[in-house]
Design a protein around this ligand. Structure first.
Ligand SMILES: NC(=O)c1ccc[n+]([C@@H]2O[C@H](COP(=O)([O-])OP(=O)(O)OC[C@H]3O[C@@H](n4cnc5c(N)ncnc54)[C@H](O)[C@@H]3O)[C@@H](O)[C@H]2O)c1
Length: 348
């Protein structure tokens, strides 16, 4: 039997390093080259023992491949997808799809015109825990969903903020981190966020981007949501530090999302559900608490396997450009609301 080898390149070797290592461990998939233009990238390329290109366009030009994983800074996503489209190869582009709606739309257009598969890296949609809570909420176990509260509250290390793109327009915790939580909440609840209000500040570090924000989200279907974001406050209450899905971060036994329904509530990722007996309903009676077990998985690896299936034409991209653009619209509406101190309606 002929063994078909799928050839992939990884563009960007910080977040992209895990993909590169995962590819090396896979059967039937080869890593043709990597791109990066800093010392960390050259050290990592040596460890991977694959060719390094300091300009990713040379990598795309000189190596034969079926797909590329783009883990470049946000403002470089559009140009990199355009280059993949010109080569006619599949693209997995990191989240957020882009820093602006226009750039996000351009990415979708490049992929459509060249008819290349486009997958956006909202990898938490591949998390067993995320999919379990989506199933629980959809099943009606909590009754009608009334509200949600989310937190991304943690302190990043000082070195993180030496990268210029992270602390200037196009970076910041709303675009870099809230993009994950907003996408999660859209995916888990299936709700359409249509109006947002936010108050943000930058007084922890005084950079050009926010370092904290309090956010209120309204949905077309009715449930309301609150969300606190900060990347400069020591705290365990974030997906990163509670879900235990990324070995880079120590896991804390805490929660980051809370879902409230007419029949019960659930915390994520502990999966603790609180309900009442039908005959003993209300605050005079004890709440019944149970924990739902979920087997852990590695969502980034699951996403990579899905990308390979997309390349092989065995699956359609589970996170399309259009869907990722809806997440981006919410994130940018939050930024606009905070800047203008006005409620912002999100256009379809
Ligand atoms: N899905 C996730 O959980 C997750 C986590 C972290 C970052 N990200 C996303 O991944 C992307 C990259 O983030 P990061 O933190 O790794 O960024 P980074 O700035 O730390 O790393 C960027 C990488 O791209 C390389 N690079 C930059 N310009 C280049 C060029 N012109 N040619 C070749 N290489 C070039 C750099 O050398 C570096 O290896 C962003 O879109 C970010 O939002 C996603």
């Amino acid at each position: 039997m002929i063994h078909i080898d799928i050839k992939i390149a990884v563009i960007g070797l910080n977040h992209g390093y895990k993909f590169a290592n995962d590819i090396l461990k896979m059967d039937g998939v080869s890593l043709v080259g990597v791109a990066g233009n800093d010392t960390l990238a050259s050290m990592r390329a040596k460890k991977l023992q694959v060719p390094l290109f300091t300009d990713y366009k040379d990598l795309l030009e000189q190596c034969d491949m079926d797909g590329a994983i783009i883990t470049l800074p946000n403002h470089l996503h559009a140009e990199a997808v355009q280059q993949c489209a010109l080569k006619g190869i599949a693209a997995l582009v990191e989240k957020p799809i882009a820093p602006t709606i226009e750039a996000g739309q351009a990415i979708i257009q490049y992929a459509q015109t060249a008819d290349i598969p486009l997958l956006v890296g909202h990898h938490r949609r591949f998390s067993n825990k995320v999919n379990k809570i989506k199933e629980i909420i959809t099943s009606g176990l909590l009754g009608d969903l009334v509200g949600v509260h989310m937190m991304f509250a943690l302190a990043k290390d000082h070195a993180y903020f030496t990268e210029d793109w992270r602390i200037t327009k196009g970076g910041g915790p709303l675009l870099i981190n809230a993009a994950h939580d907003i996408d999660n909440i859209r995916y888990i609840t299936g709700l359409t966020i249509d109006r947002v209000y936010a108050a943000s500040r930058n007084q922890i570090r005084n950079n050009k981007v926010e370092d904290a924000a309090s956010i209120l989200l309204e949905t077309k279907e009715g449930p309301t949501m609150t969300y606190f974001v900060s990347d400069g406050v020591p705290s365990p209450w974030s997906y990163e530090l509670t879900a235990g899905e990324n070995p880079k971060y120590p896991q804390n036994q805490s929660d980051c999302y809370f879902f409230f329904g007419t029949k019960g509530s659930i915390a994520f990722p502990s999966m603790q559900i609180h309900t009442y007996d039908e005959k003993q309903h209300g605050w005079d009676y004890p709440l019944h608490t149970k924990k739902i077990h979920v087997d852990d998985n590695d969502p980034m690896t699951a996403e990579l396997h899905h990308f390979i299936d997309v390349i092989k034409n065995k699956a359609a991209p589970r996170v399309t450009g259009e869907d990722a653009l809806e997440t981006l619209k919410v994130v940018l509406a939050i930024k606009q609301a905070a800047d203008e101190k006005e409620i912002v309606s999100i256009k379809k």
